[in-house]
Design a protein around this ligand. Structure first.
Ligand SMILES: COc1ccc(-c2nc3ccccc3n2[C@H](C(=O)Nc2c(C)cccc2C)C2CCCCC2)c(OC)c1
Length: 233
């Protein structure tokens, strides 16, 4: 059996991605806020739009640290950001939800999210995704690479030079594949399971605009940045 090994430059790439991923996290911890108080549907909607707006800002900063991203065509960079922002937000939410918490906290958090103002029909698919991410128990390297791979999806709308994006994504996929083998030697299919989550993530993309417009609040106000990124207003 050929020994799987991460090259020197892949080590460097990994360090750059993980450092950038950890540096560009939203300062205020929404889970802590939600565990402290019960908010109204209006307050939750405001909190959601604030979280999503700052998430897009940190996503832009994060992509600047992906080796090769800034060498892509400028308009393609925008198309990749626009195309992946919602998925990155759900991936982030899933990682926040799946974090190890003192016993009983996850249940309280789940309850608060169920009652947040989101309409019933979206709760099951959203939590199915969160739980399937939680089951994987990803280490931070895998989380950072999975987000990077999501951003570097070549077939987003309006991407012109798909080959250039494919080349970047391939080097991230190669690295993630090796990491999975080294990190989960007992589970040869772990890498495939991880990539399967990206397919599930795309289905959440279809729901997100309706999730927002059907939120139980009278005033669905969005920031200009969210109007850009979400198909709303
Ligand atoms: C589009 O519809 C959504 C999207 C996300 C969530 C969501 N799942 C979460 C899982 C764990 C913790 C919080 C979670 N959120 C929201 C949140 O802020 N997500 C979040 C964002 C947006 C950016 C960065 C990082 C995160 C976590 C809370 C916003 C305030 C009401 C309750 C949900 C959601 O819940 C109903 C509905």
């Amino acid at each position: 059996k050929k020994k799987v090994e991460i090259t020197k430059e892949q080590q460097t790439l990994m360090k750059i991605i993980v450092d950038a991923y950890n540096r560009h996290q939203i300062p205020q911890d929404v889970a802590k806020k939600l565990l402290q108080d019960q908010y109204s549907a209006e307050e939750n909607f405001l909190l959601l739009t604030e979280m999503a707006t700052s998430q897009v800002q940190v996503l832009v900063e994060f992509t600047k640290n992906i080796p090769g991203f800034l060498s892509l065509d400028r308009e393609d960079q925008i198309a990749l950001l626009k195309g992946s922002a919602v998925e990155a937000m759900f991936l982030r939410s899933a990682q926040v939800f799946s974090r190890k918490m003192p016993s009983g906290h996850t249940e309280v958090l789940e309850e608060r999210i169920r009652k947040s103002g989101i309409s019933e029909e979206f709760i099951t698919p959203m939590f199915n995704f969160y739980k399937s991410i939680g089951e994987l128990q990803m280490v931070q390297e895998e989380q950072a690479l999975l987000t990077t791979i999501t951003i570097l999806t070549p077939d987003r709308p309006y991407v012109k030079d798909q080959q250039a994006v494919e080349r970047l994504q391939e080097s991230m996929l190669d690295l993630l594949g090796k990491l999975c083998v080294l990190q989960h030697p007992q589970e040869p299919q772990y890498f495939a399971r991880l990539l399967g989550r990206l397919t599930e993530l795309r289905t959440l993309n279809h729901y997100h605009a309706e999730m927002l417009t059907s939120w139980r609040t009278n005033d669905h106000k969005f920031t200009p940045l969210l109007c850009e990124i979400w198909d709303v207003q």
